[in-house]
Design a protein around this ligand. Structure first.
Ligand code: CMC
Length: 429
């Protein structure tokens, strides 16, 4: 067997041998296929990159058919069970699990970079009272580049490290302040005696008490949710970070772009849609009618189906289990019963089985977030905090990848050519 593809161009009768490496051909190799020397070479048309690899990556592995998700080779189930979010962040960014010394230093560094410049607070206070927290997070993350202008020196690994630490450390501060802003409550400063998620919960919910003590079961559940969201290879927001980062801009600007991509309902917003759907169904008795409506094509079963997973999303299994821990503290969300029954019925129904539609990460996550008393606008902010190490790991990989160039896709031009401009006086006469 030869690892190459023979292409015959029926326009000219010419044949070409194109090497196959790692199950792909290089799109640039198609450029040699031309009808004449002065004609453009053959290109591929792939809106949404549905069958185009944009990079080589060793960060995250997904096998959608089998329902496998691994960070740097470690199965997500083991990480969620045994690791912490900051350890997973180190793993994603530096490629290996930290030694005790490395871990302690990493946690210390992140803990002591949680504060932001006071002027960040002032400009966040300038947002309208009803500003969406994702808009606030996106703007304030991008604005951090103005506080750390040296961040643009992306070629220096030490400089990259400190910006990575800063961003992971400050994201919960910015996210919590965006939350407090909408409630008209004072912004709470970080408490560096607390761990990452405890500190985040304190900045979200502390009032007049001396120290906010989160229930450890809730803090751990949130830590696990962050682990589950930490990376997911070349999704829309990661692609945005890489695409913007390919211009060699600083990482705050690149991650700001990623937050913008995540803001969109097709990416980060499905768990909110699940809650709306469950509320609309209202009781278990209404499920058969709802399922019939889905099968008739009138609506979608939100939180089911995935572009990549054609099996149970491994993150959904872990979240389902985390529901039990959270509801033990907060009391059961009445929508859980409807969700569980809906899942049971759908998994046995031929329509869903035939199309390989299983619960995805969003099916249960909204229920948990609601139990924490987060309003739906905050769900994507939580996603962004969890995804930050993944964005940064992918950005760092991009910077070190000699194959990478500035992202600059081709287009198929469909407009007019060579028109003659008519001055306004003539056109409007
Ligand atoms: N409910 C009912 N039917 C569905 C659903 C669903 N949730 N998802 C897919 N289908 C059907 C679809 O109608 C189509 O049927 P047919 O072949 O008869 O036309 C078939 O399954 C294939 O669907 P598709 O739209 O071609 O699949 P896709 O890969 O383009 O879409 C998806 C993936 C996630 C957008 C889609 O499954 C969906 O809309 N799900 C609901 C929204 C949701 O839960 N989104 C969160 C995704 S996970 C978040 C993340 O990882 O970032």
């Amino acid at each position: 067997m030869t690892d190459s593809l023979t292409v015959r161009d029926n326009r000219t009768g010419a044949e070409y041998d194109i090497p196959i490496t790692d199950g792909t051909i290089r799109a640039a190799d198609l450029g040699q296929i031309k009808t004449a020397d002065d004609q453009p070479g053959l290109a591929t048309y792939d809106p949404g990159f549905v069958n185009t690899a944009s990079c080589r990556s060793s960060v995250t592995y997904i096998d959608g058919e089998k329902g496998i998700l691994e960070y740097r080779g470690y199965p997500i189930e083991q990480l969620a069970e045994n690791s912490t979010f900051l350890e997973v962040a180190y793993l994603l960014i530096y490629g290996e699990l930290p030694s005790k010394e490395q871990y302690d230093k990493w946690v210390h560094e992140i803990t002591y970079h949680t504060y932001v410049h006071e002027n960040v607070k002032s400009f966040m206070q300038g947002f309208r009272y009803d500003a969406h927290p994702m808009g606030m997070l996106m703007a304030s993350t991008g604005a951090l580049s103005t506080f750390y202008p040296e961040a643009s020196n992306i070629a220096d690994p030490d400089n990259r490290h400190i910006q990575i630490v800063r961003m992971i450390a400050k994201m919960p501060t910015l996210g919590a302040w965006a939350f407090r802003h909408a409630q008209g409550k004072p912004y709470i400063y970080p408490d560096n005696e607390l761990n990452y998620t405890e500190n985040f919960l304190s900045m979200l919910f502390k009032m007049s008490e001396h120290r906010y003590e989160a229930d450890p079961r809730l803090a751990r559940a949130l830590d696990v949710l962050f682990i589950l969201h930490a990376d997911h290879e070349q999704n829309c927001s990661t692609n945005a970070v890489r695409s913007v980062g390919s211009s060699q801009v600083d990482p705050y600007s690149a991650v700001g772009a990623g937050i913008g991509a995540l803001f969109g309902p097709l990416h980060g917003g499905a768990n909110e849609a699940v809650l709306r759907m469950l509320r609309r169904i209202g009781s278990k008795d209404n499920i058969p009618d709802f399922i019939a409506g889905v099968k008739d094509g009138n609506e979608r079963l939100m939180g089911f189906g995935h572009r990549v997973y054609k099996n149970y999303d491994p993150r959904a299994k872990i979240i389902k289990k985390a529901c039990d821990d959270v509801f033990e503290v907060t009391g059961v969300n009445p929508l859980l019963e409807i969700a569980q029954e809906l899942e049971k019925i759908a998994l046995e129904d031929e329509y869903f089985v035939k199309r390989k539609l299983y619960p995805n990460v969003d099916f249960y996550s909204g229920l948990i977030y609601e139990a924490f008393q987060f309003p739906p606008e905050m769900f994507t902010v939580l996603f962004a905090i969890g995804r930050t190490p993944g964005w940064l790991a992918q950005w760092q990989e991009l910077i070190g990848d000699k194959d990478q160039k500035i992202a600059r896709p081709k287009q198929i031009y469909t407009g007019d050519r060579g028109l003659t401009f008519t001055p306004r006086e003539e056109r409007w006469a």
